[in-house]
Design a protein around this ligand. Structure first.
Ligand code: 6LW
Length: 497
């Protein structure tokens, strides 16, 4: 038995799906309007996960032109079958469901094979008899249900009608289907209740892949819907995937959120959690039937190591942690071994249409954390750092150079309403910009002679998913940006604690 800490992958990493190849586990999560799409995390012990690649690294795989906030890539599924890795997901902003494949999950993946079945949350199941089943969430008569068709195992094109397997156990939005076989039964794992505080995981089984499926008498097998934010630090648990390790132990990866202290609001996005699973009477039991917790124990396949959620980049090498907005223009991001120079295109962080803002960011992984960068802005330029949730929700501190003078100011934007601080002149030389995050507020300013000078505070609740005017599914990033002219960054650091 080992102890480990949830979330096992912190920061905006929803809709986890896991496969195993030998003694390595690979886990993918959703990325929405961000590029590259669908990170591939790798682990041997299930508690420490390294971001080791992405499935969607080319525009031919991931067109995000016109994608709205929380459009783009929804929930993915990863599977390993006969030496090939398969990842299926939905681009809700462009053509729908597709599959990409790779021999090496950390290398380049294929171009998409588009699948002729609609809905979201696609999944793949490879049966022992060679049949390949494709499931997704669709709707019929205004109710969502789980649809299934067979695919040709070689071309991955649809070869059967799409049929409805179940409408779920009665919760709203039956979704996130994953089909498995264990012993004599086929199991269909679902999410129901919506991805918010009513989220739950339900399971169904049948003697045949095509059904009929019977619900587990203990459904939901995982939910935190009855737990309040005071007593349960993880909320919204749901959207799960089941898998086994080489010792025959079973596990569940599920998303959950960590609300701000005691309130039903979260700013770090939906995160990836892990729970042990046992089988009783032919049904999976998650974490002995108890809710998930931060401190967990289970028979991990290898001993976990200490974790460090801080981030440092001196721009000497590429870093896979960065997310860009929609399809970035690579020519506007130049790294020369010591400096990252961003060239603005006139698009502010609030921009929704046309060319995306020149921005790159990493996931905020802890409530108490600080982002800092040293930046020199060329004449006529505007560049800085931001805690960025989306075009309508960000807190930025930026340097502006005009007529040979540099000044610094802050922009707090919530619900599209902007508060801009008065500019403060800085001496010549790089400006060190800093954002300190906490559960109550983000404090924004600059560092002068080793001292933090605060210019503005934005309420942490302003970057929370629950507060956005349209439904969103993402989380806060710390990033660098350049709106106009050039901004040269010397280092970018996120510290936690
Ligand atoms: C996803 C749906 C859900 O496709 O949220 O948590 C949607 N569940 O299954 C977006 O992540």
């Amino acid at each position: 038995m080992h102890t480990y800490e949830n979330p096992v992958i912190k920061g905006f990493n929803p809709d986890p799906s896991v496969c195993r190849a030998g003694d390595e586990f690979y886990l993918v999560t959703s990325t929405f309007e961000f590029f590259p799409g669908v990170p591939v995390y790798r682990s041997k012990n299930l508690a420490n996960w390294e971001l080791a690649g992405h499935c969607l690294t080319r525009r031919s795989q991931l067109e995000l032109m016109g994608a709205r906030p929380s459009g783009g890539v929804y929930a993915p599924t990863i599977r390993f079958h006969n030496g090939t890795f398969y990842m299926t997901t939905t681009n809700v902003s462009h053509r729908g469901n597709f599959i990409v494949t790779a021999a090496d999950p950390l290398g380049e993946w294929s171009d998409p094979v588009w699948v002729d079945q609609g809905g979201i949350d696609p999944s793949l199941f490879f049966d022992d008899n060679g049949s390949v089943y494709f499931t997704s969430t669709g709707s019929s008569d205004g109710r969502t249900g789980i649809y299934c068709c067979e695919l040709d195992p070689v071309t991955l094109t649809r070869v059967s009608e799409s049929v409805c397997l179940t409408l779920g156990s009665g919760g709203r939005f039956a979704e996130a289907p994953h089909l498995y076989k264990n012993g004599k039964y086929y199991y269909l794992l679902l999410a129901e209740g919506g991805t918010e505080f009513g989220h739950m995981v339900t399971v169904f089984r049948s003697g045949s892949a095509a059904g009929p499926y019977q619900p587990c008498p203990r459904n939901p097998i995982l939910t935190h819907r009855g737990a309040d934010a005071q007593s349960c630090p993880l909320q919204c648990a749901g959207h799960a995937d089941l898998f086994s390790d080489r010792y025959g132990n079973w596990w569940m990866a599920a998303l959950a959120v960590r609300p701000l202290s005691g309130v039903m609001l979260h700013n770090l996005g939906r995160e990836t959690c892990l729970a042990p699973v046992i089988w009783e009477d032919g049904w999976p039991v998650v974490n002995d039937g108890k809710p998930l917790d931060i401190r967990m124990s289970g028979p991990l396949p290898e001993t976990p190591e200490a974790r460090n959620e801080s981030f440092y980049d001196d721009f000497s090498a590429p870093n896979p942690e960065y997310l860009f907005i929609r399809n970035p223009d690579g020519d506007r991001y130049r790294r020369d071994g010591k400096t990252l120079t961003l060239r603005g295109n006139g698009a502010a962080l609030s921009s929704l249409d046309g060319e995306p803002p020149v921005f790159l960011g990493v996931r905020q992984k802890e409530f108490f954390s600080a982002a800092e960068a040293a930046v020199s802005v060329g004449d006529g330029g505007i560049g800085g750092i931001a805690a960025y949730y989306g075009p309508g929700y960000f807190f930025a501190v930026l340097a502006e150079r005009d007529g040979g003078r540099t000044s610094v100011r802050t922009v707090l934007r919530v619900h599209g309403i902007e508060a801009v601080s008065a500019p403060v002149s800085l001496p010549d030389g790089p400006a060190t910009l800093r954002i300190e995050a906490g559960t109550d507020a983000y404090r924004l300013g600059y560092v002068d002679g080793g001292k933090f000078i605060e210019l503005a505070r934005g309420a942490s609740a302003g970057l929370c998913t629950e507060g956005t005017a349209s439904m969103t599914f993402t989380g806060t990033l710390f990033g660098m940006f350049c709106e106009k002219g050039e901004a040269a960054f010397r280092r970018f650091r996120v510290t936690v604690g």
